[in-house]
Ligand binder design. Structure first.
Ligand SMILES: [Cu+2]
Length: 146
């Protein structure tokens, strides 16, 4: 009897996990980053916001990040680091003032990027596999039962 109640509770826990997953997807499906105004001269990297606002975004696998260049200068969104150089994941080439660039991320991981014109401008995109994490959590809940 006790065992049956516990199984019901576990089933409810798993169902609620499944039920909440789609909303998590919706929350992290897209992200928008803007270039800090005046970032074509050094200084933005010293501010709390950084040169890309926000300088770190988290999305799900399959999500899309859009960079809006609201600054008055042209910038690039180039994957890699200022010291290591471009790593080939993505490169916007020059984005003119008032234009934007989007990239879809199909693999989990951390993607650093910078501006080739102004190498003090750096940011990161973190791509997480929510479905895999939910499955792991469900597995952990199951393991805890034993
Ligand atoms: Cu730039």
């Amino acid at each position: 009897m006790q065992k049956k109640v516990y199984s019901l509770f576990l089933m409810f826990a798993v169902f609620s996990l499944i039920a909440t997953t789609p909303s998590v997807f919706a929350d992290h499906g897209t992200a928008t980053v803007t270039n800090a105004p005046g970032s074509s001269v050094p200084g933005c990297e010293e501010t709390a916001d950084g040169c890309f606002i926000p300088s770190m975004v988290t999305i799900d696998v399959g999500g899309e990040v859009t960079w809006d260049n609201d600054d008055t200068a042209a910038h690039t969104i180039t994957s890699g680091t200022p010291t290591g150089g471009p790593d080939g994941h993505f490169d916007s080439s020059l984005i003119m003032a008032g234009s934007s660039f989007s990239h879809t991320f199909d693999e989990a991981g951390t993607y650093d990027y910078f501006c080739m014109v102004h190498p003090w401008m750096a940011g990161s995109v973190i791509v997480v596999d929510e479905a895999a994490e939910a499955a792991e959590a469900a597995e952990a809940a199951e393991a805890a039962e034993v």
